[in-house]
Design a protein around this ligand. Structure first.
Ligand code: FES
Length: 585
């Protein structure tokens, strides 16, 4: 007789435990029957009673044929399960929405909040004592951290890891900074159709996330800085043994935090968010991460103070020499020691007493990583690649709620610039006109694109407007661009983003006309439309905006509930009342 048969009838009394498999019973009006039924069904999958007595650890399975950034999900899940079982837990993987940047129409941003709701509700609905969140591609880690923050369980973030770099005619290439660079060359007619097709096969050399400091890598570093990954969890590439070991450790840690009841609110504290902001600035991270970090913090009741973030930026140098701000790739960062090397250098600016999922503090984990070694990817604070944080927050009559610019990826000469606006009313207008030979534009002008904010177009990464073809052919590599949209973290240029309030709800951007003068001063943090208030009021009265709506479905919910960039583009009904402004620095 098996050990299990000795336990026939065991633990169908729901009062016996509120943990593990007994947690959160389906409501039949009879809790005993609910548990009896649950156990009957799960035993149909071959589980024993002794297995069902263990702490249950959920694993979000975000593997999908549409998501090559998560192409290693099966191997990761296997390793997580091993770690959970070695620590005495019961692994239960389950599918959630998976989002890939290139396979999400109209935008991945449209789906981020849906994924966060899916994650939150499945963490609530299904019995688990802790969860391992497997995410990687840009919107997935933010969505999972938002959902887990709201669900309140003990949680560990497991990053899928970056892709390997490829080689094109012996030049090292990787998605997606090099995708844009080569596409720019193609548009400028520096290379032909054959060459661009060849490079297309080399840009993504394996499964995994983009290999530069784009949004995915930024969010991986931020997740570790928040204390939400195991130490060293941000940097191992997707197809390495190190990544698999991180997965196993994540499973083991998940069992430990389930036993200790180390809920996510003990890790996602104000200090943890301040540490994450420091890291975002010091890595020259993606501008998208500001929106995501604001949304995650918002779920904990913390309101991101963009002006204070800008002040932090002035005293936080960019130390990480990765594309698009620098020259290396994520795998080089890993070889250079990963986040431990960066955090060691940033120590004077960090809250070292912030708790991590290991149950130890960030400072203790930095100490445990041992001394640094000679490498050329993470610079010292005395020899940064950029003296200030990578991102500056702008204000002015064109962006009363703020706008941002990634100054570390901008052209130094254009950061103090006044020019004539060349306005595109929306994406379609831009697509129709930007490459026409008769477009009235010079390299000194400022391109303005409207209606790509949260309500206008679900905030696509279209803020990286292409250089008009006639300028590109003439050799122009950068031009000031302004929009209420986002841009990929892998992009570069003098590009002002997240103009708030957006044009679709009547922000001043809606009333800019071609020929207006605009002044950008990154030094003064200024973004000004040089048009009088009276003239703007006249334009507003002449053409009131019609805020976009939808008649049904998720789009209706999105357009009704989405907030502006300065609130994280989250849904208003998912955000608790804000209790504390961060950073306090
Ligand atoms: Fe997935 Fe870049 S497309 S990380």
């Amino acid at each position: 007789m098996s050990q299990d048969n000795n336990k026939k009838g065991h633990s169908v009394n729901p009062a016996a435990s509120e943990d593990g498999i007994s947690k959160g019973l389906a409501n039949y009006g009879d809790r005993g029957f609910s548990l009896f039924l649950r156990k009957a069904f799960i035993k149909g999958a071959g589980y024993t009673d002794s297995a069902l007595e263990r702490p249950v650890i959920g694993i979000t399975n975000t593997g999908s044929s549409y998501n090559p950034c998560h192409g290693n999900a099966p191997q990761l899940i296997e390793a997580v399960k091993r770690g959970i079982m070695l620590a005495g837990g019961l692994p239960m993987d389950f599918p959630t929405i998976s989002i890939h940047e290139s396979f999400s129409q109209p935008t991945s941003m449209f789906l981020r909040n849906l994924m966060s709701m899916d994650t939150e509700e499945l963490l609530r609905a299904q019995p688990m004592d802790a969860v391992v969140l497997i995410g990687g591609c840009d919107k997935t880690v933010p969505a999972q951290l938002m959902g887990a923050a709201s669900a309140g369980l003990p949680a560990v973030q497991l990053i899928t890891g970056s892709m390997l770099t490829g080689s094109y005619r012996s030049e090292r290439v990787g998605a997606c900074t090099d995708c844009r660079r080569y596409w720019g060359k193609f548009r400028a007619e520096e290379i032909g159709a054959e060459e661009i097709a060849e490079v297309n096969s080399q840009l993504v050399a394996s499964v995994g996330t983009c290999s530069v400091m784009g949004t995915a890598s930024t969010m991986a570093c931020i997740a570790e800085a928040l204390g939400m990954t195991v130490p060293g969890g941000a940097s191992p590439p997707a197809v390495t043994a190190d990544r698999i070991r991180v997965a196993e450790q994540s499973g083991t840690i998940a069992v430990e935090i389930a036993r200790k009841r180390l809920t996510i609110d003990k890790v996602l504290t104000e200090k943890a968010f301040e540490n994450a902001m420091r890291v975002l600035l010091a890595i020259g991270g993606s501008t998208n991460a500001i929106v995501h970090l604001t949304a995650i913090a918002g779920r904990m009741g913390f309101e991101m103070d963009l002006k204070a973030l800008d002040r932090m930026g002035r005293e936080t140098p960019v130390l990480l020499d990765l594309k698009p701000s620098g020259q290396h790739y994520m795998e080089d960062f890993h070889h250079a020691g990963g986040m431990a090397t960066l955090l060691r250098e940033l120590k004077p600016l960090l809250h070292l007493d912030a708790l991590t999922v290991t149950g130890r503090t960030l400072g203790e984990e930095i100490e445990a990583a041992g001394p640094g070694f000679k490498q050329d990817v993470v610079r010292t604070a005395k020899n940064p690649i950029y003296p200030q944080g990578g991102i500056a927050v702008l204000q002015g009559n064109l962006a009363p709620g703020g706008a941002i610019i990634k100054q570390s990826a901008a052209h130094p000469k254009l950061m103090e610039h006044e020019g004539r606006a060349v306005v595109f009313e929306n994406l379609e207008d831009m697509a129709n006109r930007i490459d026409t030979p008769d477009l009235d534009v010079t390299a000194d002008d400022i391109l303005v694109l409207k209606h790509i904010g949260p309500k206008g177009a679900t905030m696509p990464e279209a803020g990286y407007m292409p250089i008009p073809k006639k300028l590109a052919i003439a050799g122009v590599k950068d031009i000031v661009r302004i929009s209420d949209g986002r841009m990929s973290g892998t992009a570069f240029g003098t590009i002002v983003l997240h103009v708030t309030p957006e044009s679709a709800i009547g922000g001043p951007l809606a009333y800019v006309q071609s020929g207006d003068r605009i002044r950008l001063s990154v030094e003064k943090r200024e973004l000004s439309l040089l048009v009088s208030d009276e003239e703007l009021a006249r334009r507003r009265a002449a053409k009131p905006v019609v805020v976009p709506t939808a008649s049904r479905g998720y789009r209706k919910l999105f357009l009704q509930s989405v907030t502006q960039a300065d609130q994280g583009v989250d849904f208003d009904f998912l955000m608790p009342p804000m209790t504390t402004k961060i950073p306090k620095t």
